[in-house]
Design a binder for this molecule. Structure first.
Ligand code: ZN
Length: 109
């Protein structure tokens, strides 16, 4: 239930920074290699925000693609799924980007 933990963390962070305002929209950046299931996250976000100042807030999610650096062949390759393999077959790779999990902005009324 990783997504539930993410949803709770978003709720806690937003609630702590928005005082008594009602939150209408939350924008997140979640890299495609983060392993977070967006559908599941949306569901969990709806659950945890029920009855809070974030109830009904729109969840806007940016999904930057992933990039790997391969230590076997030296290439940088784009990768959008969580199986971290270079096309050359090597698993000796570093994630350059795509694991972002950031709160970008919040709209309140
Ligand atoms: Zn490679």
């Amino acid at each position: 239930m990783h997504e539930l933990a993410v949803a709770e963390s978003v709720l806690d962070n937003v609630a702590a920074r928005t005082g008594d305002c009602r939150v209408t929209s939350v924008r997140l950046r979640i890299g495609r290699l983060s392993g977070v299931e967006l559908e599941s996250l949306r569901f969990c976000f709806g659950l945890v925000t029920d009855g809070t100042r974030l109830d009904g807030a729109e969840l806007v999610i940016e999904e930057p693609g992933g990039r790997l650096h391969c230590h076997s062949c030296g290439r940088d390759v784009a990768r959008d799924d969580p199986i971290l393999l270079c096309p050359c077959g090597s698993a000796d790779v570093s994630v350059v980007s795509g694991r972002e999990l950031q709160l970008i902005s919040v709209e309140v009324v």
